[in-house]
Ligand binder design. Structure first.
Ligand code: ADP
Length: 613
């Protein structure tokens, strides 16, 4: 059946129904015992080759096999870490690619959490899910929120495109359920639907038998992404219809699935789906799903019917030929509730940006809920990727993690105690939003301050990639800076655990997970005051908020503002070691889990669902 679009506004469509709420096999086996008995200081020049997806680059690393730096903790931790195989830049297999113990957090729920008495069935329709299809925070959020809701007693499924790049070994109980047809551009595409379990979450994988979602990465395949995600959005609804599944809530995310609310209210609601209500989360307003009318036609809707200011017209294109649509705007208009990922970002989106007018118009169904992090996935006390575990009561393991990473990357300082050299870590997509000029400036300033810095990031833009490649060639041979252009979940865990400071100098940041994950691993955040960073990091030198002070904050977008703050942080680290240690313990104890935030989402779900008892 081909259904062309219905141009009428949904009769029982989006309503504002809110009242009140708002780690072998290497030649360099060092044990602490060995190192404690070896007093010979030798300096090896070793070279290593890191494999990055974009390029291979050579590091001439000075590896100081010095013992001074670890004697203190080495004597304490001698027995515990005696069998640790220390990495070296000359390892054939880089330390983050070693075999790790199997990692399954499926059962690590919060047993003490009371189940909600009135369970909700929630289906997330998303382009990303951690860890199997994660590019950035979206993947973390979907997995974390889904797990938190499951723990609260709700029924949760995640619908995900079956990207060719997904490592199927990471999916439990993967089973082909059915093959059905879903509409695209005048024909019905045979589509496979699989079920599987990821981190305890039931996942439905949608696999069209055409070229959509083929390629070696989640994004950037050689297919039209907009059309592929429109297809996916409809295929999810089509599967719900074919399988006679009517969840209470369909939770869509970002522009990729923001076309689903239009398809629901103007098509499937007139077929057999009546019960679901739609919640849209905007993780980043920069991506708005620019869509030509004829592209929307391809999913079976009438594109011209949405070309009004009240519906999905891209306001910036009014008067242009052709005028275009924005899937995200349409999603805002057509969803029952719209959530963005921090209270401060909510304000920012109402004050500026071309979607502000639409958001203001729908203010009564628009909420700011600060993201959480999944504290089972991100847990330094149990993390399978860490050479040593730690928590707030036993933080010695963090020193081992730092030394491990330093040795693995050839960053062990020549003269000083490694613990006295502040290690700054920045794990990020290398895009303008993240403050690229501030990141490159930090490299220079940290080096000038005799600190160390590691950047782990990927650059979707080739020009940015080659700029950082140039910086890597300039700095990676020294003993203070490493620029690693690649994506590695394993290395990210190790870096957070090794870091003294996690740097997030974003120009804007809807929420930001890096600073929260960093804190969970005892890294003190140094951030720019914007969006969710402003909601989660409070400056140590702000006496009016000393009880919540947990990091270093700057406001300007200029290099000077960042430099001053790096100076302050480094002085604090070097001059007040006891206070620094207290701060590390403080951030390790902070609760940025989903416990709180999931409750707020559940309130939103309850306020829009039908048949609410
Ligand atoms: P965004 O969603 O804008 O990318 P967030 O801070 O919300 O930023 O989330 C980023 C997530 O992606 C974090 O979990 C971070 O650790 C992870 N991440 C970013 N770049 C990499 C990388 N190169 N390798 C591994 N993890 C990365």
């Amino acid at each position: 059946m081909i259904i062309q679009g219905c141009s009428s506004q949904p009769t029982s469509g989006p309503r504002s129904c809110f009242s009140t709420f708002f780690l072998l096999p290497n030649s360099n086996r060092y044990s602490f015992k060995k190192r404690a008995t070896t007093l010979k200081h030798e300096l090896d020049v070793v070279s290593c080759r890191f494999n990055s997806p974009s390029t291979n680059f050579r590091i001439q690393a000075l590896e100081a096999n010095k013992l001074d730096g670890v004697k203190a903790e080495g004597s304490r931790t001698n027995l515990q870490y005696d069998h640790l195989t220390w990495p070296s830049p000359s390892d054939k297999v880089p330390f983050w690619k070693r075999e790790f113990p199997s990692w399954d957090i499926s059962d690590s729920g919060h047993v003490d959490i009371r189940k909600d008495s009135d369970p909700i069935h929630i289906i997330h329709v998303t382009a990303e899910m951690a860890p199997i299809a994660k590019v950035g925070g979206l993947g973390d959020v979907v997995t974390g929120l889904a797990r938190a809701c499951l723990v609260h007693g709700h029924t949760v499924d995640v619908f995900l495109p079956f990207y060719e790049c997904i490592n199927k070994q990471r999916i439990k109980e993967l089973t082909l359920i059915s093959t059905y047809g879903s509409y695209h551009d005048g024909s019905w595409i045979p589509t496979n639907v699989y079920r599987g379990v990821v981190f305890g979450i039931p996942v439905v994988f949608i696999e069209p038998t055409n070229h959509f979602f083929k390629g070696q990465s989640v994004y950037g395949g050689s297919y039209d992404e907009l059309e592929a995600y429109l297809f996916f959005s409809r295929a999810c609804l089509e599967w719900l219809q074919v399988s006679a599944t009517q969840p209470d809530i369909i939770h869509v995310h970002e522009w990729q699935t923001a076309g689903l609310p239009l398809l629901y209210w103007d098509m499937y609601q007139y077929l057999s789906l009546q019960k679901p209500r739609i919640v849209l989360t905007i993780h980043n307003l920069e991506h708005y799903g620019e869509c030509r009318q004829e592209q929307l036609n391809k999913c079976g809707l009438d594109g011209s019917a949405y070309a009004t200011e009240e519906k999905a017209m891209d306001d910036r294109t009014i008067g242009h030929n052709p005028e275009r649509l924005s899937l995200l705007k349409g999603g805002i208009v057509y969803s029952n509730a719209v959530v963005t990922v921090s209270p401060t970002y909510l304000k920012e989106t109402l004050y500026s940006g071309w979607l502000a007018a639409t958001l203001i118009r729908h203010r009564d169904k628009y909420f700011g809920i600060l993201n959480g992090i999944d504290t089972a996935i991100w847990n330094p006390a149990t993390d399978a990727f860490l050479p040593a575990k730690f928590d707030a009561n036993q933080i010695e393991g963090k020193k081992i993690c730092k030394l491990y990473v330093q040795r693995g990357l050839g960053l062990v300082p020549e003269e000083q105690d490694s613990a006295k050299v502040p290690l700054v870590v920045c794990i990020t997509r290398l895009v303008a939003q993240k403050g690229l000029h501030l990141i490159t400036n930090a490299i220079r300033h940290v080096e000038a301050l005799n600190g160390q810095m590691i950047i782990l990031g990927t650059a979707p833009d080739a020009r940015v990639g080659s700029e950082f490649e140039g910086l890597a060639q300039l700095h990676n041979e020294g003993s203070s800076i490493r620029i690693l252009q690649m994506y590695s979940e394993e290395l990210s865990h190790m870096l957070y655990a090794a870091a003294d400071i996690v740097l997030v100098p974003s120009i804007y940041e809807p929420c930001g997970l890096s600073q929260m994950i960093g804190m969970r691993y005892g890294a003190v955040p140094l951030v720019r005051k914007t969006g969710g960073l402003a909601d989660t990091v409070f400056d140590m030198d702000d006496q009016s908020h000393s009880e919540i002070a947990n990091g270093f904050v700057f406001e300007g977008i200029d290099e000077g503002s960042l430099n001053c703050t790096l100076d302050r942080a480094f002085s604090f680290y070097r001059e007040k070691p006891n206070e620094w240690r207290d701060t590390v313990k403080k951030v390790l104890q902070m609760d940025n889990s989903w416990n709180n935030a999931a409750g707020k989402y559940i309130d939103v779900y309850n306020n829009v669902r039908v048949e609410h008892h």
